[in-house]
Design a protein around this ligand. Structure first.
Ligand SMILES: [Zn+2]
Length: 275
């Protein structure tokens, strides 16, 4: 499943190719993916001005023919991929939506499992939308600080790993990155969120940012089904420290890495290094 770093990499890959291109027409080859697809017609003839990310949503900002700005918001679900092609290339397997640009480029959306979804918004309707309303701060933004996270933790008995994966606390800390961040911060994944000192919370914030930034730089890291915009797989360039390493020696202390299940997800950690 594409995580925050992969989505960031997709945005960074798409923007230089499509910025300031004029959209001619959108062809949807089916009426729904996870949900019913939106009416794309307000975007016909619009200029694509910016592509960025909020949580795991790709936001494409269009200046439309009626003078309005509209935001095409896209979630890749489990297996969604965007490709940019030049010329009239035949639709590939699982291609569901095609965006034709005036200059001859086309943006293709493929999604084998069809858990992706999309919406067309104005700035105002996007900010008040149900997708946006439930989102906490961005992990790489200034408002995600030790002060903020420490305050959120107070009185919380929930396990810290489950806590940092809650999008209303902070967005984009998926299962892999939660395990890696907690290892880096030396915090046991089952420790109650409200039972961690402020200096350790500070270390956790720095670790989350470090792990995500590293993954973005490595080009995204999902285990399967993720292909970057240029078609090359975006696997992590370097190995994980704990994720997927159950039974293997900890890279710091040599103890075997353990695997437990928390909220139905696998957690990997070192009993000696994480307290
Ligand atoms: Zn260890």
């Amino acid at each position: 499943m594409p995580e925050l770093p992969e989505v960031e990499v997709v945005c960074r890959g798409l923007e230089p190719l499509l910025k300031d291109q004029q959209l001619k027409k959108v062809h949807a080859f089916r009426s729904d993916l996870r949900y019913v697809l939106p009416d794309f017609s307000p975007l016909h003839g619009a200029w694509l001005k910016k592509i960025c990310r909020r949580s795991k949503y790709i936001l494409m900002y269009f200046l439309c023919a009626d003078g309005q700005q509209r935001i095409l918001c896209w979630h890749l679900g489990m297996t969604g991929q965007f490709h940019v092609l030049n010329g009239d290339v035949k639709a590939g397997l699982h291609e569901h939506v095609r965006f034709d640009f005036v200059g001859g480029l086309s943006l293709r959306y493929r999604d084998a499992r069809r858990f992706g979804y999309a919406g067309v918004f104005t700035e105002r309707t996007w900010l008040s939308s149900k997708w946006m309303k439930v989102l906490g701060p961005e992990p790489l933004a200034k408002d995600f600080s030790a002060e903020y996270l420490y305050e959120q933790c107070q009185q919380r008995k929930i396990a810290v790993k489950t806590f940092i994966m809650d999008a209303s606390v902070v967005v984009g800390v998926g299962n892999i990155y939660a395990a890696e961040s907690l290892f880096l911060a030396g915090i046991h994944p089952k420790r109650a969120a409200g039972n961690i000192s402020k200096p350790r919370i500070n270390r956790l914030v720095i670790s989350i940012q470090h792990v995500l930034q590293d993954a973005i730089e490595a080009g995204g890291s999902s285990i399967s089904d993720f292909v970057k915009v240029d078609g090359k797989p975006g696997y992590f360039a370097h190995a994980f420290q704990v994720y997927g390493r159950a039974g293997e020696p900890c890279l710091h202390c040599g103890q075997n890495i353990r695997r437990i299940t928390q909220s139905g997800r696998s957690t990997f950690y070192c009993l000696k290094c994480q307290r």
